[in-house]
Design a protein around this ligand. Structure first.
Ligand SMILES: NC(=O)C1=CN([C@@H]2O[C@H](COP(=O)(O)OP(=O)(O)OC[C@H]3O[C@@H](n4cnc5c(N)ncnc54)[C@H](OP(=O)(O)O)[C@@H]3O)[C@@H](O)[C@H]2O)C=CC1
Ligand SMILES: CC(C)=CCC[C@@H](C)[C@H]1CC=C2C3=C(CC[C@@]21C)[C@@]1(C)CC[C@H](O)C(C)(C)[C@@H]1CC3
Length: 418
């Protein structure tokens, strides 16, 4: 029991309750508010209807979703992968992870491209036609898995997450009670964070591109840009899979509804909103706007990858030639904090880069509606909240040295602004 751990997300009742039932509603709201029938305009607040063919539930879609999850799990087990140890656990032990996200991603996406676009044996547009039923399947699966994980955390001698072991059962279900639920050596949290949801995100994008292909006879430049940008992001995450082992999601958060739903329903179904929008509202963009969007993506990626890799390299080997010359602040906790390079610009310059990339994903949708810009609005809120969570954790970890660090690197996320 860790009652000393503060309650996150506005306390143990209201916040978690609103998120658990509110987020699935947001997923539906986005589908209702913007689809082939129209897109909600703030000026007239007229809600479009759902396309007549879209079903709210179908057993076929449920089977497809379960089949997808099983397929990715099988690939993860079958394909070769590097074994890497995670951080030291509170028990002093270290877990070993099998890392082959990149292979799994390349195999599934290549197969989808080959059978979907080259041989035409696979109708990927089916994903668009069954969008709402697939979403229902993902939501049901997330509730089911989160419940099983919660109940499973009471069996055996499980290592519990500090923040998800309070006296409030529902809060624990939401935050995640067990730290690293596993089936043998199969790590459910790491797998869900990087495999079915992230690869599913790309597959749904391809489904949208394929639908557009069947409707227009070609894939438009904005659709191509969105799919390519998302693919770069997902492949980059899979390529840098070892770095995920040191993120707070893996090291300190339990695996509860928030992450289960985030990984398996929220990411694949809300992060693909721009691609779905472009099926229903194809855009034509000028070459200079396209050039601007590509430069924005490149700049965001440079910051995001540059900062994340710099810190990762520094934490693994501070004497490595690429990070040896960085200025640092020695803390009494024994670790050093980087105060030059990317980490001298703002305390989370990686978040800023990530957010800029988000803009590059939304801009290809043009300026006719606000709904396709949902991602940058939501992501801005998520990053500000995440930065506060990390700041709190670092303050506890580094004490007054963190204050010293903040006086050297003054901005939280956006240089000169925030
Ligand atoms: N697309 C999406 O939906 C999401 C994307 N992300 C992305 O994931 C990436 C990882 O994010 P996240 O795990 O939140 O956080 P970070 O990668 O920023 O890691 C934070 C940790 O880094 C260490 N650190 C902080 N400052 C310094 C410094 N100056 N020098 C050395 N180490 C430092 C601290 O841990 P310690 O000192 O213990 O090493 C701190 O707890 C980000 O790029 C983010 O944008 C995150 C969430 C959602
Ligand atoms: C309230 C709410 C919507 C909660 C869900 C949050 C999740 C969507 C995110 C929490 C942390 C995430 C990470 C990634 C995706 C989104 C979620 C699951 C991530 C896999 C994206 C790609 C990055 O490169 C990453 C691997 C560092 C990252 C890890 C955290």
């Amino acid at each position: 029991m860790s009652e000393a751990h503060p309650y996150e997300f506005c306390g143990p009742h209201l916040g978690p309750l609103a998120i658990v039932f509110g987020l699935p509603l947001v997923c539906y709201a986005l589908v209702f508010a913007c689809n082939a029938q129209g897109c909600l305009k703030l000026s007239d607040l007229q809600l479009p209807e759902l396309p007549a063919k879209w079903q709210l539930f179908s057993s076929e879609a449920l089977l497809a979703y379960l089949g997808w999850f099983a397929l990715v799990a099988a690939l993860h087990l079958i394909l070769p992968g590097k074994r890497q140890e995670g951080v030291v656990l509170p028990t002093g032990a270290r877990l070993t992870y099998k890392l082959n996200g990149f292979y799994c991603c390349v195999v599934t996406i290549s197969a989808a491209l080959y059978f979907g676009f080259y041989t035409n044996q696979l109708y990927l547009g089916w994903i668009y036609d069954n969008y709402t039923a697939l979403l229902a399947a993902a939501i049901l699966f997330s509730f089911g898995l989160a419940t099983l994980l919660y109940l499973g955390s009471f069996t055996g001698n499980k290592l519990l997450a500090a923040g998800g072991n309070t006296r409030y059962g529902f809060y624990n279900f939401f935050i995640g009670r067990e730290l690293n639920p596993r089936l043998g050596s199969f790590d459910l949290k790491e797998f869900c964070e990087l495999y079915p949801g992230m690869i599913g995100w790309l597959l749904i994008d391809l489904g949208m591109a394929h639908k557009q292909f069947t409707q227009l006879g070609h894939v438009t430049v904005p659709m191509g840009l969105v799919c390519a940008f998302h693919a770069i992001y997902v492949l980059d995450s899979a390529w840098n899979e070892p770095a995920i082992l040191t993120t707070m999601d893996i090291t300190s958060d339990g695996f509860g509804f928030m992450l289960v739903f985030g990984d398996l329903a929220w990411v694949p179904f809300t992060y693909t909103l721009q691609a779905r929008y472009l099926v229903d509202h194809p855009q034509a963009l000028s070459w200079y706007f396209i050039a601007f969007i590509i430069m924005l993506k490149a700049l965001g990626y440079l910051m995001f990858r540059g900062a994340n890799s710099q810190k990762d390299q520094f934490r693994r080997d501070p004497e490595h030639p690429s990070v040896r010359k960085l200025q640092t602040l020695q803390t009494s906790a024994g670790r050093k904090l980087i105060i030059s390079g990317w980490w001298g610009i703002s305390r989370h310059i990686n978040y800023f880069g990530d957010w800029l990339m988000g803009w590059a994903w939304c801009l290809p949708c043009g300026f006719h509606h606000i709904i396709p810009f949902f991602y940058v609005i939501y992501f801005g809120v998520l990053l500000v909240h995440r930065e506060r969570r990390d700041e709190h954790a670092c303050r506890l970890k580094y004490g007054k040295d963190w204050g010293k660090y903040c006086s050297i690197v003054k901005y939280r996320i956006i240089p000169m602004l925030y």
